[in-house]
Design a protein. Structure first.
Lengths: 315, 406
């Protein structure tokens, strides 16, 4: 574009034509992305703006908002206004739920990685013709709804469920072990829901791994463990990063799983936010909580990516 | 463990003792520029570095079984540049992988300096490989790649650094040591791969068609480079190639392989001038085959009669008893044309003349029906000129003809 504007007299016709072609192809490419941009604009950016605006308003008594500026929603996140003298008192209730959710998400990510890596490695080392079948098997959970699958877990782990009945039947225990509506149940549900999201990116990364490099490692006196840490893991880092992000972020905001398996007793962020829009009838607070979550995820992401990309350099 | 490689972490500075992994000279700094000080002086000159005894390798199971190696035995001497030569699928790479430890033999044993290494994993064998694809670690720099083996052996940092510097110098890559392996050219990657494999001072260096990815000129350069490295380091090189010219120019000895078997082992001259089997003669260089009948034989030389009733003395391989109909082999440059058909050992019609610059090939259709090629080196003065269609005779140089085993 600039070349065409520079000195059209000195440019040959071919050069002008080429500049024109580049211009039109760039325009065409932008046009191609337009539908996606419109959808993101309407259903992504706009709601975010609404949430942002709502978080600075006052809650209406029966849901919705009153158009009156207030920072109460953010203050309420950490403090509680005393009913009598209007002073602010520090209440860590919400913060605890946030930290608990973070802990759940971190544990989920770590265990998914530990379980997913050997699985993905196994899949990637199968003969090429077999690999697609393994990928298909991994995706089987996606064929049914998460809600249905979560309810299925409920039937397996409840007091009269499959596990307890079997153990009692075998005479291992007299009384059922309480598993449903515990932290254990939530953790199990999260692991189950997100494991495929870890396995698939790991697999796609390991599948591209040049196994001659593994042989080179063995040849240069690296033991199996050393080959794993010095060759395989550094080379599959992109898959590890992608898998961790794909598990951590949705696990942090998980809603259905903790709601059903936690029985509403052990709240996670997702349930907390949903409550503000439902029974809590405090839309500004819900909006503020959602934005705080988003900010926290962005910060965590930033730190994570910065740290891991630094390690790739070293190998 | 068969090999005393376990001392690799504990005491690299132990006084010299004749065990693997304890490179007697390896911990000293170089005294001569450009050379590796870790020259492995053979404890007994002429001893075998590698001995392959009755090794069989079968891939697959049941009906899909394929014998990649069919009971191979060969000895490779110390400080030798030994080449495994053969067409693709002949089992040469399989044999190399068995020595490296990436695969394990179905039967037989592989001795390294007299100790069976066949059951050991690759990281316990003092053997390093230069891979056909180089297999450099893309997440490491050139220097980190070269130092990897030493690091895994648990050598002290200072020693690794000194050795890496030395290796960089040896392969002339000092300037690029901080580069990523993706940022250097194919020829440079080849050098790094060599340096990486040589850095831990292996007893034997295995090279799996290392030059096949390089263009012609670079390949020629690297051939000379490889010979120099082998000479300077004194390490036994086992080189795999399908390129007969490469094998002839570089090797001390060559093993010609076909269909999972070693057909002949010998010096390049042996292999070229005295091929034992038809495959060897055919695979290496251009060859003429002639049918004949053995009339008599005496101490390794047989008298063979052609259809034209002319006879010739031809050597035959040791341990072979030629009788009746046999095939003779004659190299094109070991024969000469004569204008008078009656004066030749065999005679025919000149079918084609091909000019090659350095020499000329005369394609002769023999009276018996076979094709025969005579190579004649060109010189400024051409004594006789031939025309296609002319009747010519072919004379053989002394010892030119050999009886083949098949």
């Amino acid at each position: 574009m600039t070349t065409a504007a520079l000195s059209p007299t000195t440019l040959s016709k071919a050069a002008l034509f080429e500049a024109q072609a580049v211009k039109t192809s760039a325009r065409r490419n932008r046009l191609l992305s337009l539908p996606a941009l419109i959808i993101i604009g309407i259903f992504g950016v706009l709601p975010l703006v609404i949430i942002c605006v709502y978080s600075f308003l006052v809650a209406a008594p029966y849901g919705g908002v009153q158009w009156q500026f207030s920072t109460d929603a953010y203050l309420n996140f950490l403090f509680q206004r005393d009913i009598f003298d209007d002073t602010l008192q520090f209440t860590p209730d919400f913060l605890i739920i946030y930290l608990r959710s973070f802990l759940f998400a971190v544990v989920t990510t770590v265990i998914c990685l530990l379980l997913g890596f050997p699985t993905a490695y196994f899949m990637a080392t199968r003969p090429p013709a077999q690999r697609n079948w393994w990928v298909l098997l991994i995706t089987i959970p996606f064929w049914s709804n998460l809600l249905v699958r979560t309810l299925a877990i409920m039937f397996i782990i409840r007091d009269e469920g499959l596990i307890n009945n079997a153990l009692i039947g075998l005479g291992v225990i007299d009384k059922p072990i309480t598993m449903l509506y515990t932290n254990f149940a939530i953790q199990l549900g999260l692991l189950y829901a997100f494991l495929p999201f870890m396995v698939l990116p790991l697999y796609s990364s390991l599948e591209k791994l040049d196994f001659r490099l593994v042989e080179a490692g063995y040849d240069l006196y690296a033991t199996r463990r050393q080959v794993l840490w010095r060759v395989i893991i550094p080379l599959s880092k992109p898959g590890i990063i992608a898998g961790c992000l794909l598990v951590f972020i949705p696990a942090l905001g998980a809603y259905v799983t903790p709601l059903i398996l936690g029985g509403g007793i052990h709240l996670m962020i997702g349930d907390l936010i949903a409550q503000q829009f439902g029974s809590g009838r405090n839309w500004p607070l819900g909006c503020a909580q959602a934005l705080i979550l988003m900010a926290a995820v962005l910060v965590a992401l930033f730190l994570y990516v910065r740290n891991t990309s630094g390690k790739v350099q070293h190998g | 463990m068969g090999i005393a490689f376990e001392n690799r972490v504990t005491a690299p500075q132990l006084p010299s003792r004749p065990a693997y992994g304890d490179n007697q000279t390896g911990t000293h700094l170089p005294t001569r520029a450009g050379s590796l000080n870790g020259v492995i002086v053979p404890e007994q000159p002429g001893k075998n570095a590698i001995e392959v005894r009755g090794v069989r390798k079968v891939f697959g199971t049941g009906e899909n079984q394929v014998a990649a190696l069919d009971t191979v035995s060969v000895s490779i001497r110390e400080n030798e540049f030994f080449t495994l030569l053969g067409p693709s699928g002949c089992g040469k790479t399989t044999l190399l992988r068995l020595i490296a430890g990436f695969d394990f033999p179905t039967a037989g044993e592989i001795l390294l300096h007299g100790q069976d290494i066949a059951p050991l994993p690759p990281f316990k064998r003092p053997v390093n490989t230069v891979f056909q694809s180089y297999a450099l670690f893309p997440h490491m720099t050139v220097a980190q790649n070269i130092g990897f083996g030493l690091e895994m052996l648990g050598k002290p940092k200072a020693e690794i650094e000194a050795r890496v510097t030395q290796m960089l110098k040896l392969v002339k890559m000092e300037a690029l040591k901080a580069r990523r392996t993706s940022q250097i050219s194919g020829g440079q990657q080849q050098r790094v791969a060599l340096a990486r494999a040589l850095a831990p001072q292996p007893k034997v260096l295995l090279l799996d068609e290392p030059l096949s990815a390089l263009d012609y000129k670079l390949r020629k350069e690297m051939q000379i480079e490889l010979k120099r490295l082998q000479h300077e380091t004194g390490i036994t090189f086992i080189f795999v190639t399908h390129d007969q010219e490469e094998a002839l120019t570089m090797s001390d000895r060559i093993a010609v392989m076909s269909a999972g078997k070693i057909l002949q082992v010998g010096s390049p001259r042996d292999i070229y001038d005295r091929p034992a089997e038809r495959f060897v003669a055919d695979f290496i260089g251009e060859t003429n085959f002639l049918p004949g009948t053995v009339v008599s034989k005496k101490s390794g030389v047989a008298t063979v009669k052609f259809a034209s009733n002319a006879t010739i003395a031809a050597g035959y391989p040791e341990g072979f008893d030629p009788t009746g109909e046999v095939t003779l082999v004659v190299r094109p440059e070991h024969a000469d044309l004569v204008p008078d058909p009656a004066k030749g050992t065999v005679a025919g019609t000149l079918a084609n003349i091909v000019y090659f610059g350095t020499d000329t090939h005369y394609h002769v259709k023999l009276d018996g029906g076979e094709n025969f090629i005579v190579r004649h080196q060109n010189s400024r003065s051409a004594p006789v000129t031939y025309a296609t269609g002319a009747k010519v005779g072919i004379q053989f140089e002394e010892d030119a003809a050999r009886v083949l085993k098949d």
